[in-house]
Design a protein. Structure first.
Length: 64
């Protein structure tokens, strides 16, 4: 698993990227909700696992 943790504010100011797994990003919206965006099924599974371990109090709201 290639994990790149970053803290970065997007240019639109609406979301903050918490972690990147390949082409999948775990982002926090301005409202505080957590989303998993993009990527292939393997990267998404890694993002879900990371979220369950390190952000267990948060539930991802989008799974596309």
């Amino acid at each position: 698993m290639n994990l790149n943790l970053i803290r970065w504010m997007a240019t639109d100011g609406e979301l903050e990227t918490l972690a990147v797994f390949g082409s999948t990003r775990v982002v926090r919206l301005r409202s505080g909700r957590l989303e998993i965006r993009g990527g292939n099924p393997g990267d998404r599974a890694a993002a879900k696992e990371w979220t369950s371990i390190f952000c267990h109090e948060a539930l991802p709201v989008r799974d596309k």
